[in-house]
Design a protein around this ligand. Structure first.
Ligand SMILES: *[C@@H]1O[C@H](CO)[C@@H](O)[C@H](O)[C@H]1NC(C)=O
Ligand SMILES: *[C@@H]1O[C@H](CO)[C@@H](O)[C@H](O)[C@H]1NC(C)=O
Ligand SMILES: [Ca+2]
Length: 278
Protein backbone atom coordinates (compact mmCIF):
# COMPACT_ATOMS: atom_id res chain seq x y z
CA UNK A 1 0.00 0.00 0.00
CA UNK A 2 2.82 2.33 0.92
CA UNK A 3 4.68 1.78 -2.32
CA UNK A 4 1.52 2.24 -4.31
CA UNK A 5 0.78 5.58 -2.75
CA UNK A 6 4.36 6.66 -3.25
CA UNK A 7 4.05 5.84 -6.91
CA UNK A 8 0.98 8.02 -7.26
CA UNK A 9 2.75 10.83 -5.52
CA UNK A 10 5.75 10.66 -7.79
CA UNK A 11 3.45 10.40 -10.77
CA UNK A 12 1.68 13.57 -9.73
CA UNK A 13 4.97 15.39 -9.46
CA UNK A 14 6.47 13.90 -12.56
CA UNK A 15 3.45 14.39 -14.79
CA UNK A 16 3.95 18.13 -15.45
CA UNK A 17 7.51 17.34 -16.42
CA UNK A 18 6.28 16.41 -19.91
CA UNK A 19 3.96 19.46 -20.30
CA UNK A 20 6.69 21.77 -19.19
CA UNK A 21 8.73 21.11 -22.27
CA UNK A 22 7.35 24.08 -24.27
CA UNK A 23 7.78 26.89 -21.67
CA UNK A 24 11.19 25.49 -20.94
CA UNK A 25 12.13 26.08 -24.56
CA UNK A 26 10.69 29.58 -24.54
CA UNK A 27 12.44 30.71 -21.42
CA UNK A 28 15.68 29.21 -22.48
CA UNK A 29 16.29 32.53 -24.25
CA UNK A 30 16.23 34.48 -20.98
CA UNK A 31 17.31 31.98 -18.39
CA UNK A 32 19.72 29.15 -17.94
CA UNK A 33 17.78 26.10 -19.03
CA UNK A 34 19.72 23.68 -16.86
CA UNK A 35 19.03 25.43 -13.59
CA UNK A 36 15.63 26.96 -14.23
CA UNK A 37 13.84 24.29 -16.17
CA UNK A 38 13.72 21.92 -13.23
CA UNK A 39 12.45 24.62 -10.86
CA UNK A 40 9.68 25.67 -13.30
CA UNK A 41 8.59 22.27 -14.08
CA UNK A 42 8.44 21.36 -10.44
CA UNK A 43 5.78 24.15 -9.74
CA UNK A 44 2.92 24.47 -12.27
CA UNK A 45 1.84 27.86 -10.85
CA UNK A 46 5.26 29.33 -11.35
CA UNK A 47 5.08 28.17 -14.97
CA UNK A 48 1.70 29.79 -15.44
CA UNK A 49 2.98 33.05 -13.92
CA UNK A 50 6.00 33.00 -16.15
CA UNK A 51 3.86 32.36 -19.20
CA UNK A 52 1.53 35.22 -18.35
CA UNK A 53 4.44 37.54 -17.65
CA UNK A 54 5.97 36.64 -20.98
CA UNK A 55 2.67 37.20 -22.70
CA UNK A 56 2.33 40.51 -20.99
CA UNK A 57 5.82 41.56 -21.99
CA UNK A 58 5.14 40.66 -25.60
CA UNK A 59 1.90 42.54 -25.56
CA UNK A 60 3.64 45.56 -24.06
CA UNK A 61 6.31 45.45 -26.73
CA UNK A 62 3.69 45.22 -29.46
CA UNK A 63 1.84 48.11 -27.95
CA UNK A 64 4.95 50.25 -27.69
CA UNK A 65 5.97 49.48 -31.24
CA UNK A 66 2.52 50.21 -32.68
CA UNK A 67 2.21 53.34 -30.57
CA UNK A 68 5.55 54.71 -31.75
CA UNK A 69 4.64 53.98 -35.34
CA UNK A 70 1.20 55.59 -35.17
CA UNK A 71 2.60 58.48 -33.13
CA UNK A 72 5.26 59.12 -35.77
CA UNK A 73 2.57 59.06 -38.43
CA UNK A 74 0.24 61.33 -36.53
CA UNK A 75 2.56 63.95 -35.04
CA UNK A 76 5.25 64.36 -37.64
CA UNK A 77 5.07 68.16 -37.05
CA UNK A 78 5.04 68.04 -33.22
CA UNK A 79 6.95 66.10 -30.57
CA UNK A 80 5.95 62.68 -29.28
CA UNK A 81 2.30 62.01 -28.32
CA UNK A 82 3.06 61.72 -24.64
CA UNK A 83 4.81 65.12 -24.52
CA UNK A 84 2.00 66.86 -26.47
CA UNK A 85 -0.53 65.41 -24.04
CA UNK A 86 1.61 66.65 -21.16
CA UNK A 87 1.85 70.17 -22.61
CA UNK A 88 -1.88 70.12 -23.26
CA UNK A 89 -2.46 69.23 -19.61
CA UNK A 90 -0.17 72.06 -18.51
CA UNK A 91 -1.96 74.48 -20.83
CA UNK A 92 -5.32 73.31 -19.53
CA UNK A 93 -4.21 73.82 -15.91
CA UNK A 94 -2.87 77.28 -16.73
CA UNK A 95 -6.11 77.97 -18.53
CA UNK A 96 -8.18 76.92 -15.52
CA UNK A 97 -6.22 79.13 -13.12
CA UNK A 98 -6.39 82.05 -15.54
CA UNK A 99 -10.11 81.57 -16.00
CA UNK A 100 -10.79 81.31 -12.26
CA UNK A 101 -8.81 84.52 -11.70
CA UNK A 102 -10.75 86.19 -14.47
CA UNK A 103 -14.01 84.96 -12.99
CA UNK A 104 -13.13 86.42 -9.62
CA UNK A 105 -12.19 89.76 -11.21
CA UNK A 106 -15.50 89.81 -13.09
CA UNK A 107 -17.37 89.01 -9.86
CA UNK A 108 -15.63 91.91 -8.08
CA UNK A 109 -16.47 94.23 -10.96
CA UNK A 110 -20.07 93.06 -10.87
CA UNK A 111 -20.45 93.87 -7.19
CA UNK A 112 -18.88 97.31 -7.77
CA UNK A 113 -21.25 98.00 -10.63
CA UNK A 114 -24.21 96.89 -8.54
CA UNK A 115 -23.17 99.34 -5.82
CA UNK A 116 -22.82 102.15 -8.38
CA UNK A 117 -26.20 101.23 -9.83
CA UNK A 118 -27.95 101.49 -6.46
CA UNK A 119 -26.24 104.84 -5.77
CA UNK A 120 -27.30 106.18 -9.17
CA UNK A 121 -30.85 105.02 -8.55
CA UNK A 122 -30.84 106.88 -5.24
CA UNK A 123 -29.52 110.03 -6.94
CA UNK A 124 -32.16 109.83 -9.66
CA UNK A 125 -34.88 109.46 -7.05
CA UNK A 126 -33.53 112.49 -5.13
CA UNK A 127 -33.35 114.61 -8.30
CA UNK A 128 -36.86 113.60 -9.32
CA UNK A 129 -38.14 114.53 -5.86
CA UNK A 130 -36.53 118.02 -6.04
CA UNK A 131 -37.33 118.84 -9.68
CA UNK A 132 -40.82 117.37 -9.96
CA UNK A 133 -42.66 120.32 -8.35
CA UNK A 134 -40.73 122.79 -10.55
CA UNK A 135 -41.14 121.07 -13.91
CA UNK A 136 -44.87 120.34 -13.75
CA UNK A 137 -46.28 123.91 -13.52
CA UNK A 138 -44.01 125.38 -16.26
CA UNK A 139 -45.78 125.07 -19.61
CA UNK A 140 -43.39 125.22 -22.56
CA UNK A 141 -46.28 126.25 -24.76
CA UNK A 142 -47.25 129.74 -25.91
CA UNK A 143 -46.56 132.07 -22.94
CA UNK A 144 -49.20 134.46 -24.26
CA UNK A 145 -52.97 134.50 -23.68
CA UNK A 146 -55.27 132.75 -26.13
CA UNK A 147 -55.43 134.55 -29.51
CA UNK A 148 -52.12 136.34 -28.77
CA UNK A 149 -48.98 135.24 -30.63
CA UNK A 150 -45.52 135.21 -29.07
CA UNK A 151 -42.38 136.80 -30.55
CA UNK A 152 -39.18 137.91 -28.75
CA UNK A 153 -40.75 138.47 -25.34
CA UNK A 154 -43.90 140.17 -26.65
CA UNK A 155 -47.44 138.98 -27.36
CA UNK A 156 -49.33 140.23 -30.43
CA UNK A 157 -53.04 140.38 -31.05
CA UNK A 158 -54.73 141.00 -34.43
CA UNK A 159 -58.33 142.19 -33.97
CA UNK A 160 -61.34 140.82 -35.81
CA UNK A 161 -63.31 144.08 -35.48
CA UNK A 162 -62.73 147.64 -36.66
CA UNK A 163 -62.22 150.79 -34.67
CA UNK A 164 -60.70 154.27 -35.00
CA UNK A 165 -56.98 154.53 -34.25
CA UNK A 166 -57.55 156.01 -30.73
CA UNK A 167 -60.28 153.45 -29.84
CA UNK A 168 -57.92 150.69 -31.01
CA UNK A 169 -55.20 152.04 -28.71
CA UNK A 170 -57.78 152.17 -25.86
CA UNK A 171 -58.62 148.52 -26.44
CA UNK A 172 -54.94 147.50 -26.34
CA UNK A 173 -54.40 149.52 -23.11
CA UNK A 174 -57.35 147.77 -21.56
CA UNK A 175 -55.67 144.47 -22.38
CA UNK A 176 -52.48 145.58 -20.62
CA UNK A 177 -50.66 146.60 -23.80
CA UNK A 178 -50.63 149.21 -26.59
CA UNK A 179 -50.84 149.40 -30.38
CA UNK A 180 -47.83 147.54 -31.77
CA UNK A 181 -44.47 149.31 -31.66
CA UNK A 182 -42.31 147.83 -34.43
CA UNK A 183 -38.54 148.36 -34.13
CA UNK A 184 -36.92 145.63 -36.25
CA UNK A 185 -37.46 144.04 -39.66
CA UNK A 186 -37.83 140.67 -37.89
CA UNK A 187 -40.66 141.98 -35.72
CA UNK A 188 -42.28 143.62 -38.77
CA UNK A 189 -42.08 140.36 -40.73
CA UNK A 190 -43.47 138.32 -37.81
CA UNK A 191 -46.51 140.59 -37.54
CA UNK A 192 -47.00 140.73 -41.32
CA UNK A 193 -47.07 136.91 -41.39
CA UNK A 194 -49.95 136.94 -38.87
CA UNK A 195 -52.13 138.96 -41.24
CA UNK A 196 -54.46 137.43 -43.84
CA UNK A 197 -54.24 138.50 -47.45
CA UNK A 198 -57.11 140.48 -49.00
CA UNK A 199 -57.98 143.17 -51.50
CA UNK A 200 -56.72 145.90 -49.17
CA UNK A 201 -56.32 144.55 -45.63
CA UNK A 202 -55.00 147.38 -43.49
CA UNK A 203 -54.36 147.36 -39.70
CA UNK A 204 -53.65 150.14 -37.23
CA UNK A 205 -50.40 150.02 -35.29
CA UNK A 206 -48.84 152.34 -32.70
CA UNK A 207 -47.53 155.36 -34.63
CA UNK A 208 -48.91 158.81 -35.41
CA UNK A 209 -47.98 162.42 -36.31
CA UNK A 210 -51.07 164.00 -34.74
CA UNK A 211 -49.13 166.60 -32.68
CA UNK A 212 -46.72 167.94 -35.30
CA UNK A 213 -47.20 167.08 -38.98
CA UNK A 214 -44.59 164.63 -40.31
CA UNK A 215 -43.14 164.17 -36.83
CA UNK A 216 -43.90 160.51 -36.17
CA UNK A 217 -43.96 159.16 -32.62
CA UNK A 218 -44.70 155.77 -31.13
CA UNK A 219 -47.48 155.37 -28.56
CA UNK A 220 -44.89 155.07 -25.78
CA UNK A 221 -43.61 158.60 -26.64
CA UNK A 222 -40.42 157.57 -28.46
CA UNK A 223 -39.58 159.07 -31.83
CA UNK A 224 -39.71 156.93 -34.96
CA UNK A 225 -36.35 155.99 -36.44
CA UNK A 226 -36.49 154.57 -39.95
CA UNK A 227 -39.66 152.56 -40.42
CA UNK A 228 -41.08 150.25 -43.08
CA UNK A 229 -43.03 152.68 -45.24
CA UNK A 230 -44.21 151.90 -48.76
CA UNK A 231 -42.42 154.02 -51.37
CA UNK A 232 -43.94 157.54 -51.40
CA UNK A 233 -45.46 157.12 -47.88
CA UNK A 234 -46.31 158.80 -45.60
CA UNK A 235 -47.82 161.48 -47.86
CA UNK A 236 -50.52 163.07 -45.63
CA UNK A 237 -52.75 162.82 -48.68
CA UNK A 238 -56.03 163.78 -46.91
CA UNK A 239 -54.71 164.83 -43.49
CA UNK A 240 -53.49 161.37 -42.64
CA UNK A 241 -51.89 161.24 -39.19
CA UNK A 242 -52.13 157.56 -38.16
CA UNK A 243 -50.00 154.63 -39.28
CA UNK A 244 -51.37 151.37 -40.68
CA UNK A 245 -49.85 148.41 -42.46
CA UNK A 246 -51.39 146.94 -45.58
CA UNK A 247 -51.33 143.38 -46.87
CA UNK A 248 -52.92 142.79 -50.28
CA UNK A 249 -53.30 139.86 -52.64
CA UNK A 250 -50.26 141.06 -54.58
CA UNK A 251 -47.57 138.55 -53.68
CA UNK A 252 -44.70 140.83 -54.77
CA UNK A 253 -45.46 143.26 -51.91
CA UNK A 254 -43.12 142.80 -48.98
CA UNK A 255 -43.45 143.21 -45.19
CA UNK A 256 -40.72 145.85 -44.96
CA UNK A 257 -42.52 148.22 -47.37
CA UNK A 258 -46.06 148.02 -46.07
CA UNK A 259 -46.72 151.18 -43.94
CA UNK A 260 -49.22 153.86 -44.99
CA UNK A 261 -50.69 156.92 -43.30
CA UNK A 262 -54.50 157.25 -43.08
CA UNK A 263 -57.12 159.48 -41.39
CA UNK A 264 -57.19 158.52 -37.66
CA UNK A 265 -61.02 158.37 -37.49
CA UNK A 266 -61.17 155.52 -40.05
CA UNK A 267 -62.49 152.23 -38.74
CA UNK A 268 -59.83 149.53 -39.24
CA UNK A 269 -58.77 146.33 -37.52
CA UNK A 270 -55.69 146.78 -35.31
CA UNK A 271 -52.63 145.09 -33.86
CA UNK A 272 -51.94 145.13 -30.10
CA UNK A 273 -48.64 144.29 -28.41
CA UNK A 274 -47.86 143.56 -24.74
CA UNK A 275 -44.95 142.06 -22.84
CA UNK A 276 -45.11 138.32 -22.05
CA UNK A 277 -44.89 138.95 -18.28
CA UNK A 278 -47.80 141.40 -18.11
C1 LIG B 1 -7.12 78.51 -23.13
O1 LIG B 1 -6.53 77.60 -24.05
C2 LIG B 1 -6.81 77.81 -25.41
C3 LIG B 1 -6.15 76.74 -26.23
O2 LIG B 1 -6.12 75.57 -25.55
C4 LIG B 1 -6.32 79.19 -25.82
O3 LIG B 1 -6.70 79.48 -27.17
C5 LIG B 1 -6.95 80.22 -24.91
O4 LIG B 1 -6.44 81.51 -25.22
C6 LIG B 1 -6.67 79.91 -23.44
N1 LIG B 1 -7.35 80.85 -22.59
C7 LIG B 1 -6.77 81.42 -21.53
C8 LIG B 1 -7.65 82.37 -20.77
O5 LIG B 1 -5.65 81.21 -21.20
C1 LIG C 1 -36.01 141.53 -29.10
O1 LIG C 1 -36.28 142.34 -27.97
C2 LIG C 1 -35.18 143.08 -27.51
C3 LIG C 1 -35.61 143.79 -26.22
O2 LIG C 1 -36.87 144.36 -26.35
C4 LIG C 1 -34.72 144.05 -28.59
O3 LIG C 1 -33.62 144.81 -28.15
C5 LIG C 1 -34.35 143.25 -29.83
O4 LIG C 1 -34.02 144.15 -30.91
C6 LIG C 1 -35.51 142.39 -30.25
N1 LIG C 1 -35.10 141.54 -31.33
C7 LIG C 1 -35.77 141.43 -32.46
C8 LIG C 1 -35.20 140.51 -33.48
O5 LIG C 1 -36.79 142.04 -32.66
CA1 LIG D 1 -49.69 162.98 -41.19
Amino acid sequence: AMSNSEEIHTNLIDEPDDDCSSPEVRYSVFQNPDKRSKQFCQDPFKVATACLTAFCLILLMILVVTNVHSGEARSSDQDSPSSTAESRMQKGCANVTALTEELQAVKREKSQLEEEWTQLKKKIAELEATTAPQTTPVPMKNPCPEDWKHFNGSCYYVSEYRRSWSDSQAYCKQQGGHLAIILTAEEQTFIWNLLPRGYWNSYWFGISDQKVEDDWYWVDGTKLVGGFWEDGEPNNHVNEDCGNMVKTNVLSRVATKSWYDAPCYMSLPWICEKLVSS
